[in-house]
Design a protein around this ligand. Structure first.
Ligand code: NAD
Length: 263
């Protein structure tokens, strides 16, 4: 199947590693022209160098912290300037801290809202005028399967990401007639650097090893393993591509069957 991504202009945020990087890489391998963002300029440059060594592509780097109010608009403006417009926006960032409800104070909640909800709002708001000029505009928000099935010890993610789902679905309904599609992917445990770090911490605390912790976590999934970033990216790239032209308002778990509900 031709995903028809050749020459499409895409901005992927939170893309120096993990799910964002894998998505940017897959877009580039399909011929898209891509701008990537993350907080650290140095890490972003390293990621861009690695990607360009693997795939011949047009790639731009736009460092900036998505929790700052003005950054999303600057990133969109930077991407539009570099690419000459925008067809695809993938909104992603790091996750909020883990912990039980009573461990978080007001500023921590606010910061998590900025990171995991308002960054999506601000990026989409800034991108809409440019997406309206595209003949195949598409937005993908990266959230978490926690919106369907709360994950223990992740009250910030469980609560705040539900707002991003509400946003994504509302925009699909409100703006669908203009030809812009809005979808979300709900990943569960996927073997990114962040998850590896998390499993290393667990192993250290429990005196086990990383492989044991990855396996213990994977036992909750019917497939008995975590996902690979490339498996996530395959779904992401399809959803934002013109090949998915009649798919909008979808909340797609890419979770190896971890979510046990029927709807
Ligand atoms: P990750 O930590 O490996 O990568 C996050 C990326 O976002 C990095 O490039 C980082 O530099 C960037 N980033 C973080 N904070 C930022 C900020 N304030 N401004 C700009 N860039 C920022 O994470 P990941 O595992 O790839 O996960 C991506 C998202 O998906 C996260 O929100 C995570 O919580 C969510 N998620 C991941 C999994 C999983 O198993 N990997 C499961 C469910 C949900």
């Amino acid at each position: 199947m031709d995903l028809q991504l050749d020459g499409k202009r895409a901005l992927v945020t939170g893309a120096s590693r993990g799910l964002g990087y894998a998505t940017a890489r897959q877009l580039a391998s399909e011929g898209a022209r891509v701008a990537i963002n993350s907080r650290s300029k140095d890490k972003l440059e390293v990621a861009a160098k690695t990607l360009k060594e693997e795939i011949e592509c047009e790639l731009h780097t736009l460092p900036g912290d998505l929790t700052e109010q003005d950054t999303p608009a600057k990133l969109v403006a930077g991407a539009v300037q570099a690419l000459g417009g925008l067809d695809i926006l993938v909104t992603n960032a790091g996750g909020p801290p883990s912990g039980p409800f009573e461990s978080f104070d007001e500023p921590t909640w606010q910061k998590a809202i900025d990171l995991s909800f308002l960054s999506h709002v601000r990026l989409i708001r800034a991108a809409l005028p440019h997406l309206r000029k595209s003949s195949s505009a598409s937005v993908l928000t990266i959230t978490s399967v926690s919106v369907k099935q709360p994950i223990p010890n992740l009250v910030l993610s469980n609560s705040i990401r539900a707002a991003t789902i509400g946003l994504t679905k509302t925009l699909a309904l409100e703006i669908g007639s203009e030809g812009i599609r809005f979808n979300s992917i709900l990943p569960s445990w996927t073997e990114t650097e962040r998850v590896y770090e998390l499993m290393s911490q667990r192993a250290e605390q429990k005196g086990t090893n990383v492989e044991d912790e990855i396996q213990a976590q994977s036992d909750g999934s019917p497939m008995g393993r975590m996902g690979k970033p490339e498996e996530f990216a395959n779904a992401a790239v399809f959803l934002v591509s013109p090949a998915a032209s009649y798919i909008t308002g979808v909340m797609l778990p890419v979770d190896g069957g971890m979510y046990k509900g029927t709807l």
